[in-house]
Design a protein around this ligand. Structure first.
Ligand SMILES: Cc1ncc(C[n+]2csc(CCOP(=O)(O)OP(=O)(O)O)c2C)c(N)n1
Length: 798
């Protein structure tokens, strides 16, 4: 509530997210008999010939129909009517978009719709069939073509809500009749969806997301995604959170067939199916990830034919065989038959709730329009193909079943259609006339100012599985590395929502042993190794953070952040803004920067400048053991995503670190040394070079240099820099990053903008040479900046 209050300026404008509600415990009660999380592998060579049996993947298992389901009481007439209505709601809205483009949508002829036109007409059976098999508390993620899923999750959820929640959703409804409340809430849902498409302030994401990023966290819709495949690791992370918190909720992850060529999607399948979730390693919490990977297989990427052109398998379902011995329960489903989809997702949901997920459904469907309305389709497919699919249209087919079974007569059908059309028209008229967001609010929701100040009782002081790791202090001092460990330990003791994972971080303690001992204290539920999947590590971290956890993930080398740059930059950084502050992303990505060890071009980069260019992300880089602990604790408690850069060169540095709980605020620089003649600004290892240079300046020239350790790059403490430069009139900005495009340039130019009148000389920058880190010790020494370079830069302007 606090979060929404802040986002909406003191008043909660819409209901609070309930996607984090706990519904039921997993039906397979986790076994709480943790012996010890430590296991030693003892696998012996076995080379007896054998064959790998990949098993069979069923296709089109559904043999029933509406009549049979009514007879078996697996569906009620009311549910059947609702399914038709849900499909009509989707088609009506998407046909409105089509008509709007040519001014043919009568209710708002003159409205100038700007935005994507990725309609899914033809795929309604997939969206409506899947969503009607989900519960209110279940999650979905969707795609650039996500109107269907978004609308259907909402309409289904509305019908599942209590009267009280309906009243909250449609406060203008004065009736106490449930039917009226439902109708009002359905109209509100369509209205807020159209508002979002139109970029209006009443949109679900307050006009920040639009068609391709629409989300409604209050009903578990964690967002559509314009990056093809980008939402799949988020869904996987959301499922990780549901499993870890034993909520009993599942995630239905919608993505297209095209997406299943994307690396991060395949990484997600691999991540979701990890043996350690279900085998002897899962001592405490046994159960597979509760996620349904639902492929909306319309057979086309944008225009390319997936199965016949760019894949080597004729059925995407086969892919699942590569990820789990049980083929992820993979099957091919007829997506033109809404009841077949419903049946498959219901069964998949049951498996997930029993701890037997993940499940993979290859749902065979078709979109009648091209990629967008600007795609005429004639370059790559025939009219005959389209006609064949339209002949089995999911809506028309289901209408026939409703008539055949007498669930509806012709008048009943017409009444539903009319209700949907009129509701959409009313919503569209209201949306077209609704207020736009205020231009001065363009940056509102970029960052959240909330933090985890108190831990909810249910997460406070979780049980530990072993004693705390011993962290050796000498004379009140710790190494930078142990200071990081102490911060993590304290935050994990404080809050159950803090979990930690990455490559080789558990038993081995990470490539640099920063986290050695955490597994023994917290168990594998909270500290685990991952596959080598940097994109998925960051993406699942983002999804878990958006779904109630506060994950800390590790990138073994900062260089590998480039493998996950989409998940860091387009996902974690953007979801608070794109969702209109419906969600926060309290994720910490620890990235260990090399340099100076002869590891060459791919293990030595200082890349923080790249990420400072990405709005929505915090970027911090401590230089001392004291800050390493205090800043990591702050980062973990912050509700913004934080890229937390650590220096391998500093891991062994010792310094005073109090044992207790203290925080170093993010966005506050520290003046490390006072001076009046020149300002030396730096972060990370170069802070120490600046201090050395300052000593020399004093000793050799009697110059008093002020040294500022920025500590945080975003948010940047510009005040401290400017105050110093106004005093000294001279400034050198230094970092270990290569010179070109370094954040030193941003700082230098800002100083020139803001304090030009105080400057007695141009601002100088020091960085690594504009090259690639070499292996040779001699070359690397020539490549990296050092105290002498800072000294030379200072001397040049003194
Ligand atoms: C990472 C990425 N690459 C390319 C695109 C451009 N693009 C948008 S939709 C699309 C096709 C996606 O195909 P599929 O996943 O099958 O979904 P469909 O559009 O068929 O619903 C492409 C290539 C993108 N948005 N993101």
């Amino acid at each position: 509530m606090t979060r929404l209050r802040q986002a909406f300026g003191g008043q909660a404008k819409y209901e609070v997210p309930l996607s984090m509600e706990t519904k039921t415990k997993m039906s397979t009660e986790p076994k709480r008999t943790i012996k010890s999380p430590v296991y030693l592998s003892d696998s012996r060579p076995k080379f007896k010939p054998f064959e790998i049996d990949c098993g069979k993947i069923p296709a089109y298992r559904y043999k029933d129909n509406l009549r049979a389901e009514l007879a078996a009481k697996t569906i009620t007439p009311e549910e059947a009517r609702a399914i038709l209505e849900d499909m009509l709601v989707i088609r009506e809205l998407e046909e409105m978009i089509v008509k709007l483009r040519s001014g043919a949508y009568e209710p708002i002829r003159d409205f100038n719709y700007r935005g994507p036109t990725h309609v899914s007409v033809g795929q309604e059976g997939t969206a409506a069939g899947a969503c009607c098999a989900l519960e209110l508390v279940d999650n979905i993620t969707s795609t650039h073509r996500g109107h269907g899923e978004s609308l259907a999750k909402g309409t289904v959820a509305v019908r599942q809500m209590s009267d009280e929640r309906l009243r909250q959703r449609a406060p203008h409804c004065k009736s106490n009749q449930r039917a009226d409340l439902v109708e009002a809430a359905l109209e509100e849902h369509v209205y807020r969806t159209i508002c979002e498409l139109f970029g209006k302030d009443d949109g679900y994401c307050r006009g920040r997301g639009g068609s391709m990023h629409i989300a409604d966290f209050t009903i578990g819709h964690l967002g559509a995604n314009a990056i093809v495949g980008g939402g799949v690791p988020i869904a996987t992370g959301a499922a990780l959170a549901n499993r870890y918190l034993e909520r009993g909720n599942i995630v239905c992850c919608f993505a297209g067939d095209g997406a299943y060529a994307n690396g991060v999607v395949l990484e997600s399948l691999n991540f979701a199916a990890q043996a350690q979730f279900t085998n002897h390693l899962a001592d405490g919490l046994k159960g597979g990830l509760p996620i349904v990977f639902l492929v909306c297989n319309n057979h086309y990427g944008m225009t390319h034919r997936s199965d016949d052109e760019v894949m080597g398998v004729d059925r995407i379902a086969r892919r699942a065989a590569g990820f789990a011995n049980n083929n992820l329960h993979s099957e091919v489903v007829n997506g033109m038959n809404v009841l077949a989809v419903r049946d498959a997702v219901r069964r998949a949901g049951q498996l997930c709730r029993q701890g037997k997920g993940p499940v993979f459904l290859d749902v065979d469907c078709y979109r009648y329009w091209g990629h967008s309305l600007s795609d005429p389709r004639n370059e790559y497919r025939t009219k005959e193909e389209e006609a064949a699919w339209k002949a089995i249209d999911p809506i028309e087919s289901f209408k026939r079943e409703l008539l055949d079974t007498g669930v509806l007569d012709a008048a009943g059908l017409a009444a539903i259609a009319q209700r949907v059309t009129e509701r959409n028209a009313r919503a569209a008229r209201r949306a077209a006339a609704a207020a736009d967001p205020a231009p001065e609010d363009v940056l509102t929701f970029m960052y959240t100012d909330t933090k985890s100040e108190t831990v909810p009782a249910e997460f406070a002081k979780p049980a530990l599985v072993g004693p705390l790791p011993e962290i050796k202090r000498a004379n009140g001092e710790l190494t930078y590395k142990d200071a990081l460990k102490e911060a993590l330990v304290q935050e994990m003791v404080r809050d159950k929502r803090v979990i930690f994972y990455g490559e080789d971080v558990a038993d081995y303690g990470g490539a640099f042993k920063v986290t050695k001992g955490l597994l023994e204290t917290f168990g594998r539920e909270r500290v685990f190794n991952t596959p080598i999947s940097e994109a998925c590590i960051c993406g699942t971290g983002c999804g878990a953070a958006m779904n109630g956890l506060r994950p800390v993930v590790e990138l073994m080398y900062f260089d590998f952040a480039l493998m996950s740059s989409d998940q860091i930059s387009n996902q974690a950084a953007k979801w608070h803004y794109m969702s209109g502050a419906q969600t926060e992303v309290p994720l910490v990505i620890r990235a260990s920067a090399g340099a100076g060890k002869g590891y060459g071009g791919q293990h030595s980069q200082t890349l923080e400048s790249m990420f400072c260019h990405i709005p929505g992300l915090y970027v911090v880089y401590p230089a001392t053991p004291y800050d390493a602990k205090g800043m990591l604790k702050s980062a973990i408690r912050d509700n913004n995503p934080v890229l937390f850069v650590e220096s391998q060169a500093l891991y062994g540095l010792k310094g005073p670190v109090p044992e207790g709980d203290y925080l170093v605020p993010l966005g506050v620089a520290e003046v490390k040394r006072q001076g009046s003649d020149i300002t030396l600004v730096a972060w990370g290892p170069l802070v120490h070079d600046c201090l050395k240079a300052a000593d020399k300046l004093q000793a050799e020239r009697g110059v008093a240099a002020e040294v500022i350790d920025l500590r945080s790059l975003v948010p940047l403490d510009l005040d401290t820099i400017l105050r110093s430069v106004q005093k000294t009139g001279r400034c050198v900005v230094a970092s270990q990053a290569v010179h070109i495009g370094s954040y030193t340039g941003e700082i230098a130019s800002t100083i020139q903008d803001e304090a030009f009148d105080y400057l007695d000389a141009p601002v100088k920058r020091v960085g690594a040479r504009n090259g690639i880190a070499p292996q040779s010790h001699i070359l690397e020494a020539a490549f990296l900046p050092n105290a002498n370079d800072i000294l030379a830069a200072a001397n040049a302007i003194l």
